[in-house]
Design a protein around this ligand. Structure first.
Ligand SMILES: [Zn+2]
Ligand SMILES: [Zn+2]
Length: 492
């Protein structure tokens, strides 16, 4: 009998970890972090300890206690056994949001990971540019491993990296894991590469939505997903229901129109905050900048992502301005000095190597370009720019010194305590610089609304539907009237 176990994504938004076990084989749909549970216990400076392997995560209920799936270096020293063979045959990732993919970090490197190329690129960007301590998505560095020193006696900590067993799935590709036959089906969501799947093993045909919407830039993908899923005659459907209680949508076109109107009224700098990996939103504000005769200014991190997605229909790095923040010694303009011998010299009289040293290797590629700018540009010609500035970049305002600026919030409303606290801080920063705050109607959700979700499920018409990735599973009840059995999963 095919068995379904839910280790996350039950009565909560995100944290999907769904294990499907057939006669011979077993796999996971997603292996993500559950924000709400993590926030119950953790905060920025209160994080699980690497020294305790997976134990802190398991104790807090963030990771399931399952044999045979976790990496050896996180098990051995905690006294947990490590078998020769992994207990699952694969993990299928729907998309690269952390609530679906972050806990890949803890998995054995010999468990095959299936994902789209775009999801891979985003995880790679997170891994390369992130400061998070648990972000070994594509390759892992073995901790607790000592190796002999090269020239002298003794040992040193290993820096060796091992690649994970990554399988890139193409759109509409069929592939097998043992008894299961899968199809990967692109869907539209708020970052590139989102994928739904069908899985069948002769006994059950399972449809998995991942996260999806019908009001983004590629609604035809989600519609095609619906048709392919319908044709598969599924017995089981695992459907997201993030916005099951909502019946409205704001589209990227709405945001574009509103933002152009707002910016046409602005006389000074316009600041915008949108999610860094949402490249559809980047396109929106790129269009807005062109229509309002401004240049879009992005962070080094977003430039790095754009570079990875070069040639895939998004703006190229050369099409935007890249913002270079002051770091470390701050040697980016002649208002900064360093003491050489007994003499204080300004930046241009100091070896240029010194200013590069404040930046990470991946950042240096973007520093010496014609379109790299710093705070002085924004201060001198504020009306020329549309400056993307996220929470952690608010400190740039101290250098930029805006005088009559507008701040457009183009991200989701706070849905937990931490986000509310941060929201208050944003307001304080904006008040400090007398910046006008506009926020209504500038965010398009990555999720379909309730009516669209129910219509999709009716059209696909599985025998059973399991509501996941939602705080309101009972809203699916109405599907009983359509002869669809609604099964409420319980978390293991
Ligand atoms: Zn999600
Ligand atoms: Zn998502």
């Amino acid at each position: 009998m095919t068995d379904l176990k839910f280790y996350g994504g039950v009565d909560e938004i995100g944290g999907n970890k769904i294990r499907i076990t057939g006669e011979e084989n077993s796999f996971f749909f997603d292996f993500g972090l559950a924000f709400s549970r993590a926030n119950d216990y953790l905060s920025e400076f209160l994080q699980p300890r690497k020294s305790n392997g997976i134990v802190d995560f398991v104790t807090l209920g963030l990771l399931p206690c399952i044999k045979g799936i976790y990496r050896e270096d996180y098990l051995r020293h905690t006294g947990l056994s490590y078998d020769d063979e992994p207990a699952v045959d694969g993990v299928l990732i729907s998309h690269a949001h952390v609530d679906h993919a972050a806990y890949i970090h803890h998995l054995r490197e010999d468990i095959p990971i299936y994902l789209s190329e775009q999801s891979f690129l985003i995880l790679k960007a997170l891994e390369d540019t992130g400061i998070a301590s648990f972000s070994e998505y594509t390759e892992l560095k073995k901790t607790f491993h000592l190796v002999p020193k090269k020239k002298v006696d003794g040992h040193t900590r290993s820096r060796e990296k091992v690649s994970r067993d990554i399988h890139l799935v193409k759109p509409y590709q069929d592939f097998e894991i043992g008894e299961f036959l899968f199809k990967s089906i692109p869907v539209d969501h708020s970052l590139p590469g989102a994928t739904g799947y069908t899985a069948e093993n002769g006994e059950e045909t399972i449809v998995y939505t991942g996260d999806l919407r019908f009001h983004g830039r590629r609604p035809e993908l989600t519609r095609k997903f619906t048709e392919i899923a319908r044709k598969s005659n599924p017995t089981i459907m695992l459907s997201e229901g993030t916005r099951i209680k909502s019946d409205t949508n704001i589209t990227e076109a709405d945001i574009e129109k509103r933002a152009v109107e707002e910016i046409n009224k602005a006389k000074d700098l316009v600041i915008v905050n949108y999610p860094v990996r949402d490249l559809d939103r980047l396109v929106t504000f790129y269009n807005v900048a062109r229509q309002t005769d401004r240049e879009l200014v992005v962070s080094l991190k977003q430039a790095y992502i754009l570079n990875l997605f070069s040639g895939q229909g998004y703006p190229e790095v050369k099409d935007v301005m890249v913002y270079q923040p002051r770091r470390g010694w701050g040697l980016i303009d002649d208002d900064s000095f360093a003491c050489v011998g007994n003499e204080w010299l300004c930046t241009s009289d100091i070896d240029s190597d010194q200013s590069l040293r404040d930046y990470k290797t991946w950042e240096r590629d973007f520093l010496d370009r014609d379109n790299t700018i710093n705070y002085k540009f924004l201060r001198e010609d504020p009306a020329e720019y549309l400056f993307r500035c996220d929470f952690f970049e608010l400190k740039e305002l101290i250098d930029v010194k805006p005088e009559d600026a507008v701040y457009i919030k183009s991200s989701t409303e706070p849905f937990d305590e931490q986000m509310e606290i941060n929201e208050r801080k944003v307001k304080n920063w904006l008040d400090l610089f007398s910046i006008r705050y506009v926020k209504k109607g500038f965010h398009a959700s990555g999720h379909a609304n309730g009516r669209e979700i129910l219509e999709m499920i009716r059209r696909i018409h599985p025998e059973k539907v399991y509501p996941i990735h939602t705080e309101h599973p009972r809203e699916f009840d109405v599907l009983h009237d359509d002869g669809i059995d609604v099964v409420y999963p319980t978390k293991k």
